[in-house]
Structure formats: structure tokens, C-alpha cells
Design a binder for this molecule. Structure first.
Ligand SMILES: [Ca+2]
Ligand SMILES: [Ca+2]
Length: 164
């Protein structure tokens, strides 16, 4: 999909206002669902001891190219099977001028949370802001995990309202 967009880069620029994020502000991600989680680690062993299923958490970052910023994380879903669903809404912030930049990407990482010895990385993937639209987003990550969420925004706040 990315290479196709590259081939039609002229078209993409012409239609940027229709395909990229609408503008600066906070974006919400609701109804986050992961499906098709890998059954085992890349080395073939189970996610947790004694054949245990992963305790899944989705972390949301923005990759600016030279810097990665963590914005939000879902709660941990203990003993997830091949899928997990969250009702809580997560969010990230887009600054002015970034909404249609190809080099700024939404980065998703999926982890198996472990109480000791750190966490196990499950999957990750990213999509550039210029390819990201509001509405229902579906993204296939590098190892085949599929994440879907409802993207809404931008929400902006009056500076004068902020107290303190
Ligand atoms: Ca583990
Ligand atoms: Ca675990």
C-alpha cells in the first residue's frame, strides 16, 4: 500500500486535504481491537510459562523520524487469546503542520506484559499521518497482528480556558 502511494505521489499531494488527517489537535482512538495475535513468540515458545497466553497491551507512539514520543497505552488484558478489545479511549496529539507529513508516523507496539524479567514484544507497525484518515482505521502490523480503532478529531481547546 505504501509503495502504491509512492507511485501516485503527485495524486496524493493534489488530494492531500481529503486523505490526510484534518489538522492539528488531539485525536481519540476508541474501540481498539487487536486480532490475529501471533500464537507464539518468534522463537516458537509460548508467550508465558507453562504454555500461557499473552497479557496484551497496546502502546501508542508518534515517530517523528529523529525522535519517538509515547502518547498513550491501553490497559493490560490478561491471558488474551488471539484477540483483545478495549473500551477505554486513548489519544495522541498532532501539532500544526504535521497532519499531512509523510515522515511523521503513528507507531503502534503490542506487548505481552510480564511481572518479572521485563515484557515480551509481540508486534509493531506504523502508518504515516499523510495516509491516516479519521473514521475506522485498520492496520496490519509487521507480524500479522491486525489492529482496528475508531479515529476521531481534531479536538482543540481554547487556551483561555486553561487555569493555573
Ligand atoms: Ca511473557
Ligand atoms: Ca505475560
Amino acid at each position: 500500500m505504501k509503495s502504491m502511494n509512492f507511485a501516485f505521489i503527485v495524486l496524493l499531494v493534489l488530494t492531500a486535504s481529503a486523505t490526510a488527517l484534518p489538522g492539528a489537535g488531539e485525536y481519540s482512538m476508541s474501540d481498539i481491537i487487536v486480532r490475529n495475535l501471533p500464537a507464539k513468540k518468534q522463537n516458537g515458545s509460548a508467550w508465558d510459562p507453562f504454555g500461557g497466553a499473552p497479557d496484551v497491551l497496546v502502546a501508542i507512539y508518534i515517530d517523528y523520524g529523529d525522535e519517538v514520543e509515547h502518547y498513550s497505552s491501553t490497559s493490560e488484558k490478561e491471558n488474551s487469546g488471539s484477540s483483545a478489545i478495549w473500551s477505554r479511549t486513548e489519544s495522541f496529539f498532532v501539532s500544526a503542520g504535521e497532519a499531512n507529513r509523510e515522515d511523521v508516523e503513528l507507531l503502534i507496539k503490542v506487548w505481552d506484559i510480564d511481572s518479572r524479567n521485563g515484557n515480551d514484544f509481540i508486534d509493531s507497525g506504523k502508518i504515516s499521518f499523510s495516509d491516516l484518515e479519521t473514521g475506522e482505521v485498520e492496520l496490519e502490523l509487521n507480524y500479522g497482528t491486525v489492529i482496528t480503532f475508531e479515529l476521531e478529531g481534531p479536538f482543540t481547546y481554547d487556551e483561555g480556558v486553561c487555569e493555573g
